[in-house]
Design a protein. Sequence first.
Length: 416
Amino acid sequence: MLDTLGVMLAGGAHPSVRALAQIAARGEGQATLATGGRADAEAAALINGTAAHVWDFDDTSYTGIMHGSAVVLPAALGLAQELGSGPDALRRAFVAGSEVAYTLADICTHDHYFQGWWSTVTLGLTGATAAAGCLLELDEDAMTSALGLAAAATGGGKAVLGTDAKPLLVGETARRAVTLARAAKAGLTGPETAFEDERGFLQLLNRGVAAGAEIDTIGRRWRLCDPGLLFKISPVCSAALAAIEQMNGLMEELGASADEVAGVHAEVPQLVYESLVFPNPAIPQQMQFSLPYALACAALHGRVRFEDLAPGAVSPEKAALMARVGVKRDPDLSTDEMRAKYPESIRLTLTLNDGRSAAGFCGMAYGMPERPLSDEELLEKFHAAGAYAGLSLPRVEMADFDPVAVFEQVVGVKRE
């Protein structure tokens, strides 16, 4: 929740989010906006959800290959403020909504994502609706209706990559979740069999594939912890993180600088190949989904920075480095076994102008559940995100972190 709040605050300074707030934040309300000011819970979910994902710096779950927190937290946060819910109620809603989304992901299997569905919104809508329903204290029948409404209403394809539609639909999904939960609270009914009906979610959006036994694990196996989440250290698609790390390692091994790079050969699994689809990015939204751009930034700076995702950030130096990158999809990295163990791995070979070369494999980037960031590193990222947005962030203790209190305190500070 802290990580999502930090990237949401950074997103509040993004031009597209501020433009959205100009048209969407109408009227008064109790929910705080990352852009400043207040609105009702639906508008806050829209704007804050967009802000949470606009830098692509939010967490990733490989359970569904999705960004669950960026959908669930904004929906729950705005509604919690409007209802006056305490931090325990918000935490409970966030956990419940996340677990519903990730359990649905396991039921659908990765087949859902690889069909072309954007699982962040297709699965996230159900999870965020569950979170909102928890805060509204829906009874069993009303919650069934709310989840049925979400299942019947969902959709979204991966064609959004490299456009403003990607973060915008995260926010729009969070907004819809609040509305659907409210509708169920008001007594509107939804289809009870919206998932398993022959015209329902699993048949239409997943070709009937359903690992039904996964439903029995909800509340027993906590997917926020098992398998856990990836927390990013660069604001790019998670598919680029292992590549950035491996590039840094090879540059250090050879004692090389960026101007010595003659060529980079990357072998990647299917997930990386399908995610990083822009070999020559022209706009910031494409830069976040470009393996050559991520490697060029790694060679120059060791990572991708916020300033590397601005209009005109593709400098001649970066363009020259990108032209030296070759990418190949490797079937050996795309087997079911490798996908389960190393979903976004890379095999990289770096060659220098003097003929020296080095090669290496990175199976999982730093920040993956098996290689987690420390609390101190998460706090450092939180403060760096706030600093980028011109905000002075308070000291936060993980043990008793209250998202609403911190959010209201931070956004109440005048931007520099």
